[in-house]
Design a protein around this ligand. Structure first.
Ligand SMILES: *Cc1c(COP(=O)(O)O)cnc(C)c1O
Length: 479
């Protein structure tokens, strides 16, 4: 009976009960998102559930009801980034609307490696919107990837192959001594890309920053001159639009100019900060971003697309394609039929099979519109400034870096404490807030000092949440 209805495959034997389970799951998911503002920020997974996720491989299936129950049981135990008082690292908040796109994407089970089908047109549409959003020319190329780390690898691969004329794809980098430049505040994914591309992370020069934590262009030029004199080959300058520690924006326009003069590739890491391009108020701070040869940024951070989704834009389609194009016989294109389609993603990145990330990004653009993202970006920056004012007004606290964008780095002070005691105190306060489920800031170091770091890439945060956070911090100091 079962074998007849399912044809021996993996489809439900009973579509009615499948439908009931699916509807129940959807209800639970909506409940979860509707209640995202309530309760604790972070709740660790209970031991019983950890044990339930440490069992032998199932030889026999337990059915869709077991799947629904397992998924539902997991819902409360996220890292907390759907909560309005999640301020750790740089996490986006996600949206309920994306659930609908994820259901559709799962129903299509599309593979966006290439060929001629609907999903690829959605990705192309999203990339065109990104070009417009970031001020890139219509001819620029792009690819949707897992995040900025992967986008950086794709971009720097194009930069490397542009510098070496494409020969490195087959011959390797040989004796070429390529070197690149970024600020000391640059995210570690850039050094990792250097590592993966065979350049070695030592070939990435970490340029000192000014008092506002922006790359010092005089130091950049000096470092390049020194490397050239030593016979090395500078090939890329990496500017950051919104550093991970405190949201500093490198002087992008000046970096674009220097890269032009020196005939270097100019890459911008705009993981979260590039979304400032959607705000009329922030856009001027990012001037020069639109001049980049490549840009890496995330949808899952300040655009709040549900994890994971990022984007790479590359000004020269030719450079982009030259770094990745390769079609073995079994992937030959055609002018008609399924194997047609003029742009196969496999020619633009390291992956062949790719899921339909583009649909949830498309959904976010369609549901909310770009102006809404801009308004929310501005609101988060205003909130970080507000927290900065609370810190400055409190005798028990001090700012450790200027509030440049959406991040506030500060520490609390206690009379009689030396540096070591202050460090322990601030680290302990962050842990207590996280463990109590009150709020979730993280820590970093600013000029060697341990800072409480509050990053606001959160469309659910209100000023009241920042009051609650700061009151809780002061309560801990006074206790
Ligand atoms: C988050 C971040 C990255 C890495 O992005 P992923 O999407 O996590 O891979 C790179 N650069 C900056 C500035 C970031 O904030």
């Amino acid at each position: 009976m079962a074998a007849k209805e399912t044809g021996g495959g993996l489809d439900p034997e009973d579509w009615d009960s499948f439908r009931a389970e699916a509807h129940a799951m959807l209800e639970a998911a909506i409940e979860q998102m509707q209640g995202a503002r309530d309760g604790r920020v972070w709740t660790p997974l209970p031991e019983t559930q950890k044990a339930a996720l440490d069992t032998p491989m199932p030889r026999e299936g337990q059915g869709i009801a077991a799947v629904r129950q397992g998924c539902e049981a997991l819902l409360p135990y996220g890292v907390g980034n759907t909560h309005p008082r999640f301020f750790g690292w740089v996490h986006g908040t996600g949206t309920p609307g994306n659930m609908i796109a994820e259901i559709a994407a799962a129903a299509m089970n599309a593979n966006l490696g290439g060929r001629d089908h609907g999903a690829n047109y959605v990705e192309r549409q999203v990339i065109a919107w990104c070009r417009e959003m970031m001020g890139f020319p219509d001819a620029a190329s792009g690819l949707i990837v897992s995040g900025t780390s992967m986008a950086t690898i794709v971009a720097l691969k194009a930069a490397r192959d542009s510098a070496l004329g494409g020969a490195a794809r087959t011959a390797g980098i040989g004796a070429a001594q390529l070197v690149g430049y970024c600020s000391r505040e640059t995210h570690a994914c850039v050094a990792r890309a250097f590592d993966l591309l065979g350049l070695g992370s030592d070939a990435l020069r970490l340029v000192p920053v000014d008092a506002a934590f922006r790359m010092r262009t005089d130091a950049l030029c000096a470092a390049m001159a020194k490397d050239r004199a030593a016979g090395l080959q500078p090939f890329v300058i990496v500017g950051t639009a919104g550093t991970v520690n405190m949201g500093a924006i490198d002087p992008l326009d000046r970096l674009a100019e220097i890269a032009g003069e020196e005939s270097l590739w100019f890459h911008v890491d705009g993981a979260f900060g590039a979304m400032g391009m959607t705000s009329p108020r922030l856009r001027p701070l990012l001037r020069g971003l639109e001049r980049a040869d490549s840009l890496a940024f995330d949808f899952h951070k300040w655009m709040h697309v549900n994890y994971d989704a990022g984007c790479v834009l590359i000004r020269s389609e030719e450079d982009h394609r030259r770094a990745f194009a390769a079609r073995p016989d079994y992937l030959e294109g055609a002018t008609r039929g399924i194997a047609a389609g003029d742009r196969w993603a496999v020619d633009y990145g390291p992956e062949l099979s790719r899921g339909f990330r583009a649909l949830k990004v498309w959904a976010s653009f369609v549901e909310h519109g770009v102006d809404r993202f801009g308004a929310l970006v501005e609101r988060n920056c205003a909130q970080a400034a507000y927290l900065g004012r609370l810190v400055e007004a409190a005798p028990e606290a001090e700012l450790l870096a200027p509030v440049a964008l959406n991040i506030c780095c500060f520490r609390v002070l206690r009379a009689g404490d030396d540096e070591a005691a202050l460090e322990a105190l601030n680290a302990e306060i962050v842990l207590r807030l996280q463990e109590a489920g009150i709020a979730a800031p993280s820590t970093t170091r600013i000029n060697g000092q341990l800072a409480i770091r509050v990053n606001i890439t959160n469309h659910r945060t209100s000023e009241r949440d920042l009051d609650l956070l700061f009151e809780a911090i002061l309560r801990e100091v006074r206790a």
